[in-house]
Design a protein around this ligand. Structure first.
Ligand code: GUN
Length: 294
């Protein structure tokens, strides 16, 4: 391969190009879908569900559909009213579980308070659980398997892999988040790569004492610190040469311009973790389809 054909680097000028990596993965997914349609005469299909009206959830789900369709994945959506009962939601999930034309089911979170999230997630057929939140898929992750793992944390470690950090032996990874969607699955994905992992959260005292130890810092706080000083993660909280991953959208936790001067690599917002989440979801839909069709 001549130097002109070299793929562009994922970390360039201290910035992790999440969109570049996402586009690369999505191109691969599209090619996989074409081959699967050719072989089996049926396209993979993702079905999403939202209960209630949340503009953020609606925007994220619209993006998931658009990306799916661009990759040749069919999609359908159920926008259910806020007062939908748990029983009706379980009935719909059961129908989708039994529908052979449906390969991926995604219930966008959060759900209204009257619905037991755990019960709903547990009702999804683990083979169709493209979020990786159901008990069977969490259990697999616990034992080191990464098939159908949660899209955002899987996107984060895929970025680390792409910048040559697939083995984190001797490295300290610090996560600021303990949610089921990001922090908890990420613990296991980082352990799989031999990192020493620390989890910080809203009740952690003296956050800088932890962030300053981080060779890999992943932050998903998602709130402004103050109007005049908005970023929770300032450059003086970051170790020289660290890799910094900012999960928060739409505004970001990290003082990107200042941290970039000190970090080995930092993700931008937008254009970092967000596009990776979409790419990993599409990969999960194709993997789920392959597992079901075989
Ligand atoms: N809400 C915020 N992020 C996610 C996600 O990755 N999956 C689902 N189902 N809901 C979310």
């Amino acid at each position: 391969m001549s130097s002109g054909d070299e793929p562009k680097p994922i970390c360039e000028d201290h910035v992790i190009k999440g969109r570049r990596l996402s586009n690369r993965i999505r191109k691969g997914v599209k090619a996989e879908v074409e081959a699967l349609v050719e072989k089996h005469g049926m396209a993979p299909k993702l079905v999403t569900l939202i209960v209630g009206e949340d503009p953020g959830s609606e925007m994220y789900v619209r993006m998931k559909h658009k990306a799916s369709n661009k990759a040749g994945i069919l999609s359908d959506h159920h926008g259910l009213s806020e007062d939908t009962s748990e029983e009706d939601l379980l009935k719909l999930i059961d129908e989708l579980n039994h529908d052979k034309a449906v390969h991926g089911i995604l219930v966008q979170l959060p759900l209204p308070k009257h619905i037991d999230e755990k019960k709903i997630i547990s009702a999804i057929d683990p083979l169709k659980d493209v979020d990786g939140f159901s008990p069977g898929n969490i259990y697999r992750l616990f034992y080191g398997g990464e098939e159908l793992s949660a899209a955002t944390p899987h996107g984060i470690v895929t970025m680390l892999d792409a910048i040559g950090m697939e083995d984190l032996s001797g490295k300290h990874a610090v996560i600021i988040n303990r949610s089921m969607i990001v922090g908890k699955p990420l613990i296991f994905l980082l352990l799989n790569r031999n990192a020493t992992v620390t989890v910080c959260h809203s009740r952690t005292a003296d956050l800088p004492s932890f962030t300053l130890q981080a060779d890999v810092l992943v932050t998903a706080i998602g709130r402004r610190k103050a109007e005049e000083d908005p970023y929770y993660i300032s450059a003086d909280m970051v170790k020289e040469g660290a890799v910094v991953i900012d999960v928060s959208t739409p505004l970001g936790d990290v003082d990107f311009e200042e941290v970039k001067k000190k970090a080995l690599c930092v993700t931008p917002v937008p254009g970092g973790v967000g596009p990776m989440t979409i790419a990993m979801l599409l990969q999960n839909v194709v993997d789920a389809y392959s597992a079901q069709i075989s």
